[in-house]
Design a binder for this molecule. Structure first.
Ligand SMILES: C[S@@+](CC[C@H](N)C(=O)[O-])C[C@H]1O[C@@H](n2cnc3c(N)ncnc32)[C@H](O)[C@@H]1O
Length: 288
């Protein structure tokens, strides 16, 4: 069956389920499923759709119309240069996190475009999006990616195999710095959980009912993980190294104050693409 007919079939089903803009949504879901842009889908609409893909698409249509986020319904999410497998074992990678990766890459480029940027640690790797981007786009000799969720680590390992093996990425189980005992890194990066339990209850249904709570909630004040990272990073970060954390924009100033209180001196906040303070960037001075 031609792609255009599969898209019409999807649109008819979405319309019957009461979805507004069914034609556009059908094309968007197909595009995501096969890792193309909607424009590319349109250009290739006369090509054949494999029966297996058509089945997966029909399943995605039902699941998305039933309230599952598109990334889970299709099992795919784009992150920077990569197409990653995504399911309920880990948080769906967000565009804001692509910006966090960019700050780390900028740090590396300043160090020297072709030189070895040393070792990086990604705490709470989820799908592996940050660690894998750093390995694919950066010049790190070694990237360690950790998580307290064995499920997330299994997904991340699958993504490493999918992206472009062999990559210098190692996945380890454990909380915060436990899996990196005695090791020092040139970059420590994390997009840790940062909402409160109350905020979690008010999140969009798609997030609350489908994404892992443990990837989002961080203690009473939403800062428990940030506190742990700021306190523990000192003994794991090399001199002139970068600690790059994604933070909730409503608590960015509080996170920066915690950083200064923990003894970090070169602390700055940067906005994300939507202009919200989102990145806490800390450089380790040589005598710290
Ligand atoms: C907000 S998600 C980020 C996932 C991924 N890095 C991303 O940016 O999409 C936070 C991740 O941290 C993990 N996590 C939660 N508590 C942790 C801890 N104490 N130590 C390490 N990882 C933790 C969660 O399982 C989850 O995968």
């Amino acid at each position: 069956m031609a792609v255009s007919e599969v898209l019409r079939e999807g649109a008819r089903r979405l319309e019957a389920l009461g979805v507004a803009g069914a034609g556009d949504e059908s094309a968007r879901l197909w595009a995501r499923l096969i890792g193309q842009t909607v424009g590319e889908v349109w250009l290739r609409r006369d090509g054949d759709a494999a029966p297996e893909l058509r089945e997966r698409f029909q399943d995605a249509v039902e699941r998305w119309a039933g309230g599952e986020p598109a990334a889970y319904a299709t099992g795919r999410a784009g992150f920077r240069t990569m197409e990653l497998e995504t399911d309920r074992r880990a948080l769906i990678p967000r565009p804001e996190t692509e910006g966090l990766v960019e700050y780390v890459l900028e740090w590396g480029r300043r160090r020297g475009p072709a030189s070895d940027w040393g070792a990086a640690l990604d705490v709470g790797t989820g799908t592996g999006c940050i660690a894998l981007s750093l390995a694919v786009e950066g010049c790190f000799g070694h990237v360690v990616a950790t998580d307290v969720s064995e499920d997330a680590l299994a997904l991340a390992r699958g993504n490493a195999a999918l992206v472009a093996p062999p990559l210098p990425v190692e996945f380890r189980f454990g909380s915060l710095f436990e899996p990196a005992w005695g090791e020092v890194f040139d970059v420590i990066v994390a997009n840790p959980p940062y909402v409160t339990a109350d905020e979690f209850e008010k999140l969009d249904m798609g997030v609350r009912c489908h994404e892992p709570r443990g990837a989002l909630v961080s203690g009473e004040d939403g800062l428990e993980h940030i506190r742990g990272l700021l306190e523990g990073a000192g003994s794991h970060l090399a001199a002139h190294g970068l600690l790059a954390l994604e933070v909730d924009c409503t608590r960015a100033e509080a996170a920066a104050a915690l950083a200064r209180g923990a003894g970090w001196r070169e602390v700055r906040l940067e906005p994300d693409v939507f202009g919200r303070l989102r990145y806490l960037l800390i450089m380790k001075e040589s005598e710290q």
